[in-house]
Design a protein around this ligand. Structure first.
Ligand SMILES: NC(=O)c1ccc[n+]([C@@H]2O[C@H](COP(=O)([O-])OP(=O)(O)OC[C@H]3O[C@@H](n4cnc5c(N)ncnc54)[C@H](O)[C@@H]3O)[C@@H](O)[C@H]2O)c1
Ligand SMILES: N[C@H](CO)Cc1c[nH]c[nH+]1
Ligand SMILES: [Zn+2]
Length: 435
């Protein structure tokens, strides 16, 4: 049974705070292992990659076979059924269009002092994308990471994917091809992250690493941060549905289960003002859990981390949602647009009963790599901005320097930084000396 909370009950605040503080991830002590793996890859390059891949992925590689050849990618891509290829292509087109609209503008203007100011955006030179191996690998996640990078203008994009026992997912290779990535390596885990960050003779280093992975991958990303940029450390998936009583309980139950089936540590929460509807959704979930393929995972997630919260009205629902700051928020009310301005913290918002969260996972256009574990309070989902840098630009004319330079001299003196002040003074003197 999921947790049941009622905003009117005396112990609500205590129970809700406990819900917010729930620990949903094991953090096994992998850091020492990862530190050794990174040092090994830095020291021995490809030889370490080959040895670690034989140990962890039961696969024999040579420097020549670390990278998928074009012919190997062709052969795998040819195995993908036409219907799946068409769906992946449509997803890619829509994700590309959405992220193209996201591109920020350069700016340049002259202010009242005559100073020419602005900024410009430029892409990272090279990015690395980690794609988790085995059954956990999602071709949709490859598109969600690679397409924003391409749209931003990243010239080189390298993908690493473990292929345990030699098995590769053809859809992942097709997704790479559709996204325009042809540099794909058969390495995984901390060794892949180390190779992307520090480079080996076969894998040139990148500037930023994105993509999800297990505890070893996450620990390695934390360790290489600083040497390279990283996106975020994604936690188990979350969905919060705010729904009034005028919804189909079966649909809402499916939406809750759509994230529960990702991971036994995922979290699905329903907030509603209707006790009858709450009961109907709970009954619908129980029915679903007798048929869903991944009922074991979804059931564990619902039982251990699921919650149903009864509130007085939708304003209260919005306030609680803001405290939860969910990765995904569905607003299934008569007028979702009316509630939207009250929502301050959510990774992605889905409005109305015709917008199941799964549309956002695959085909809507927005990115599905989103902040989890309440980090939507201070961060956003993956976007073109993750692959761009903003550089400021300033140009003074003599008039502008005359107008604002003296204040710089004063501030430099106040910080006892003589050369700073003199660099302005020298120019002002030359201006004053000019006939
Ligand atoms: N979009 C998403 O957020 C998303 C998508 C897919 C998967 N995931 C997550 O990715 C993870 C997939 O995990 P996975 O393990 O199947 O694949 P993975 O690719 O993350 O990890 C496989 C690698 O882990 C390393 N490894 C395994 N055991 C090790 C050990 N004892 N010591 C050192 N290294 C070891 C190996 O190098 C192996 O190649 C899951 O946690 C899943 O939740 C998230
Ligand atoms: N919902 C996941 C992120 O929270 C992304 C995903 C990939 N495939 C299906 N769903
Ligand atoms: Zn999903």
């Amino acid at each position: 049974m999921p947790l049941h909370l009622n905003s009117q009950s005396a112990d609500f605040e205590q129970a809700f705070t406990a819900l917010l503080g729930m620990k949903r991830e094991d953090s096994p002590d992998v850091d020492a292992i990862v530190a050794d793996i990174i040092a090994d890859v830095r020291g021995r390059g490809d030889a370490a990659l080959i040895e670690l891949t034989a140990r962890f992925d039961k696969m024999d590689l040579t420097p020549e076979t670390l990278r998928f050849s074009d012919a190997e990618i062709d052969a795998l891509v040819a195995q993908v059924p036409a219907e799946e290829a068409a769906a992946l292509q449509l997803a890619a087109d829509r994700i590309r269009a959405y992220h193209t609209a996201q591109m920020p503008q350069d700016a340049r203007w002259t202010d009242e002092a005559g100073a020419d100011l602005g900024w410009r955006w430029t892409a990272l030179s090279a990015a690395g994308l980690y794609v988790p191996g085995g059954l956990a690998s999602y071709p949709s996640s490859l598109l969600m990471n690679a397409i924003p990078a391409k749209v931003a203008g990243v010239k080189r994009l390298a993908v690493t994917v473990p292929t345990p026992g030699g098995a590769a997912n053809p859809l992942v290779l097709l997704a790479a091809r559709i996204a325009g990535v042809d540099e794909v390596y058969r390495v995984g885990g901390a060794q892949a992250i180390a190779a992307l960050a520090y480079g080996t003779p076969t894998i040139p280093p990148v500037d930023k690493i994105t993509g999800p992975g297990n505890a070893f991958v996450a620990a390695a990303k934390r360790r290489v941060f600083g040497k390279v940029g990283i996106d975020m450390i994604a936690g188990p998936s979350e969905i919060l549905v705010i729904a009034d009583g005028d919804n189909n309980p079966e649909w809402i139950a499916l939406d809750l289960m759509s994230q529960a089936e990702h991971d036994a540590s995922a979290q699905s929460i329903l907030i509603t003002d209707s006790p009858t509807f709450a009961q109907a959704v709970e009954d619908a979930v129980e029915r679903l859990l007798t048929t869903l393929t991944r009922a074991d995972i979804a059931g564990a997630s619902w039982r251990d981390f699921g919650a149903i919260i009864l509130v007085r009205d939708m304003a209260e629902a919005a306030a609680l949602s803001n405290r939860i700051a969910p990765e995904h928020l569905e607003i299934c009310t008569a007028d979702p647009e009316a509630l939207l301005p009250q929502i301050e913290h959510a990774g992605a918002i889905f409005l109305g009963q015709w917008t199941p969260e799964a549309i956002g996972d695959y085909i809507g256009g927005p990115n599905h790599v989103l902040p989890t574990a309440r980090s939507a309070r201070f961060s956003s989902g993956l976007s073109v901005m993750d692959f761009l840098k903003r550089t400021t630009i300033a140009r003074m004319t003599p008039e502008a320097l005359r107008a604002i330079g003296p204040a710089a001299e004063v501030l430099a003196a106040s910080e006892s930084l003589e050369a700073h002040g003199l660099s302005v003074t020298a120019r002002l003197k030359s201006l004053n000396a000019a006939p």
